[in-house]
Every structure is written in structure tokens, then in C-alpha cells.
Design a protein around this ligand. Structure first.
Ligand SMILES: [Zn+2]
Length: 390
């Protein structure tokens, strides 16, 4: 895993980064607006923008309906001349997506597929889809963000252990993909990627102390303290899902019994529903069953809500965040079910800590996480920290 390099690939000077950041914050803007937002003089702004235009990193277009006064040209992040790719590897399903430098993820530029059963097949499938997306665009590809679950050791530069997807154990899919594609690829943990996405494109803009819980397949935690992602000694911090919640519980992918993630996730709810029905049940089938026959599965919903609440309360009690973002489907996206979880969080959390904390569903996705990660790397030359340069 890359951690730092001498200079960012896209932006060579601090003024370029200032302008880029201003466009990121404001969306398309005139040169005059960018001068005001960046605090740089109009001649400097024009010089920087000309350089960015020449290198295809920003684009200029006429404002469609100018307000009173003379028409402006607006500057925006490149979407036709420059591209980045995001790869999301997960248990069950993977996807590859392509966006411009504005990071706008769309369904028509996203290719999904079931996770293959061997590492070689996984690499083949990811490579084929990257090539397919690149063949459809004339834009120059600047990098690929690869988001994975499991423990990534920065020191060993690989996924050292992936409880829910063991084919990744001792592998670095970004490094292998880079060799195949000849484009820079960045490996990142899915929680760090989600934290970045929420900060760049979601509800965490401007937040310096927040936590991110992923409750889809595994139960993962990302914590941002003082604007920097908590990484630990080797970058492996945040494995809250493997805290033992029931010493006699079912076997977890890590080998232990009764880990919190075997009881507090979407995957846990699907497993309990499957056990009740005593027949195979896919994630999608479980989701539609819950829409039609929610009352039939109240016992299972309440059981999972109870443990998810314990996880959220543990995060709030331990880290004192201003916001906890929860990334999930079955228990999070449906407000009535999320309310059940929140009611239990209130019982489990220390009151003064809860009073300072908001708990909300994420607005961003793992796809955006992969894109946010590679954009952060290309523009800042650092990962995974969110620390400020100035
Ligand atoms: Zn475990």
C-alpha cells in the first residue's frame, strides 16, 4: 500500500491544488469566482487554469443562460478529457466504475458482477471490466482506486487477512492490476475509502471528528479524529466486528465464535432469515421479502437491531464523534427499521456522549469511496490521512 510520494500526480503546485479544491467545493465556477474562493489574484488564477486546461485536468464551457451582464465561461473538473476508475471488491459482489475527475458516479458507467471463487478469476474479471469501460471513453485514465475489505498491512503492502473473502489473504490486487493495466492503482481499505467519500461527496464535508460503520457484509469501522483517519501501527485499526459478543455463538469468518459482525450486519439478518425459512436466500430476495412480509421477520430484525445498537454505542462511547455514519441496506435505508436501531442506541450509550452525537445513514457508496480514494491520492499525493496541508 502506498502511503506518500514526493508530489501528487495531477497537481504539481500548491496554487493548482487551491484552484482544484475551490472547484471541488463550489462546482463549475467562473475565473472571477475562483479568484475569490481561492484568495489568489485574477492573473495567477488565469495562469493556473490555462496550465490545467492544457493538461486536460479542467474544462471550460459557456454558461448556458448567463445572468444580466456579459456571458461567463465556467471552469469545471475534466469529465471528457480525464477519467479515473474505481474497483470495489467485496464478499458476494464486485463492481467497476468510471468517472471524470468530478467523481460523479453513474449507473451506466458501472459494471457489476458476482465475486468469483478464485483470486486469478477475480483479477481477470476486474481487468476485463476496466478495459471495457476504458474502451468506451476517449478520456485519459489517470488512476484506479481499489477498495477491499479485510486487514491491509501498510508495512507488508498487502491484505494480510480477509475474514469474509479469504481469496484476498496475502494478496495486493491493486499491485497486480497495475501490472496488467499499466495504470497507477491504489489499494485501500473500504472503510477508509468510505470516510473519504463521505468527506468529499457526502454528509461529512467539513467534519473533523466522525466515525463510519459499515454493516453490510462485515462490520467495519473507520474513525476520523482531528481530520485524520485513525490507522494504528500498521493501518489495521477498526476491526470492531471481531469483538466477541457471544462466546458460544456461531463460527465467524475469522475463526472465532460469536463475533459482533455475525449478529449485527445485513449479512447476519439474511442468515437468520435463511435459517427461519430453511432454504437458500439471496441478499436481493431477503430485501424484497422484508418489503412484503416484514412482520414475519420481526424477531430476526429486533435481534440484529439489538447488536447493531451495541456496536454504534461502543463507537460513540469510545471515540466521542460528532457524527456516526452508518453504511448498510436492510436495517439502515428503511427509516422505520433504522428507528428501531436508534431507540436501542439511546439505551446503550452514555448520555453526555450521545447528546453531542448525530447518527445518520451514509450518503455515499463504496463505489464513490474507490473514486474518492484515487482522487485523494492523485491530488494530494497521500493516503489514507485526511489531514490538512495548510
Ligand atoms: Zn470474527
Amino acid at each position: 500500500m502506498k502511503t506518500e510520494r514526493a508530489e501528487p500526480a495531477l497537481l504539481r503546485r500548491i496554487n493548482e491544488r487551491r484552484i482544484f479544491e475551490a472547484i471541488q467545493r463550489s462546482g463549475p465556477a467562473s475565473r472571477a469566482t475562483l479568484a475569490r474562493l481561492s484568495g489568489l489574484t485574477p492573473p495567477t488564477v488565469s495562469k493556473v487554469i490555462d496550465s490545467l486546461l492544457t493538461r486536460g485536468l479542467v474544462e471550460e464551457f459557456d454558461q448556458p443562460r448567463p445572468p444580466l451582464g456579459r456571458p461567463h465561461k465556467l471552469i469545471t473538473m475534466a469529465t471528457t478529457s480525464a477519467a479515473v476508475l474505481g474497483v470495489v471488491i467485496d464478499a458476494g459482489a464486485c463492481c467497476v466504475t468510471e468517472t471524470g475527475l468530478d467523481g460523479r458516479v453513474t449507473e451506466d458507467k458501472t459494471l457489476r458482477f458476482p465475486t468469483p471463487d478464485t483470486y486469478e478469476k477475480l483479477l481477470d474479471e476486474v481487468e476485463a471490466r476496466c478495459r471495457m469501460l476504458l474502451s468506451r471513453t476517449a478520456a485519459a485514465a489517470h488512476g484506479v482506486g481499489v477498495s477491499v475489505p479485510g486487514l491491509i498491512s501498510e508495512r507488508l503492502n498487502q491484505v494480510v487477512f480477509c475474514p469474509n473473502l479469504h481469496l484476498l489473504d496475502h494478496r495486493n490486487p491493486a499491485q497486480d492490476l497495475e501490472q496488467r493495466l499499466g495504470i497507477e492503482c491504489l489499494l485501500m481499505h473500504e472503510l477508509q475509502a468510505l470516510c473519504l467519500a463521505e468527506r468529499m461527496y457526502g454528509g461529512a464535508r467539513g467534519l473533523d471528528n466522525f466515525a463510519m460503520l459499515d454493516v453490510t457484509q462485515g462490520l467495519g469501522l473507520g474513525v476520523v479524529v482531528g481530520g485524520v483517519i485513525l490507522a494504528g501501527h500498521s493501518g489495521m485499526a477498526g476491526e470492531i466486528g471481531h469483538i466477541t459478543a457471544d462466546p458460544t455463538g456461531i463460527r465467524c469468518g475469522c475463526g472465532n465464535r460469536g463475533c459482533l459482525e455475525t449478529m449485527a450486519t445485513d449479512a447476519a439478518l439474511v442468515r437468520m432469515m435463511r435459517e427461519r425459512l430453511n432454504k437458500p436466500l439471496s441478499f436481493a430476495a431477503a430485501a424484497s421479502l422484508l418489503e412484503g412480509r416484514e412482520a414475519d421477520f420481526q424477531t430476526e430484525i429486533l435481534a440484529v437491531a439489538e447488536y447493531l445498537a451495541i456496536a454504534i454505542a461502543a463507537v460513540i462511547n469510545t471515540f466521542n464523534p460528532t457524527t456516526v455514519f452508518v453504511h448498510g441496506k436492510l436495517l439502515v435505508e428503511k427509516q422505520e427499521r433504522f428507528d428501531l436501531v436508534l431507540a436501542r442506541v439511546r439505551e446503550r450509550t452514555l448520555e453526555p456522549l450521545l447528546a453531542e452525537c448525530t447518527i445518520v445513514a451514509t450518503r455515499s457508496s463504496k463505489r464513490q469511496g474507490a473514486i474518492a480514494g484515487i482522487m485523494h491520492w492523485l491530488t494530494e499525493g497521500r493516503t489514507p490521512g485526511l489531514g490538512r496541508r495548510r
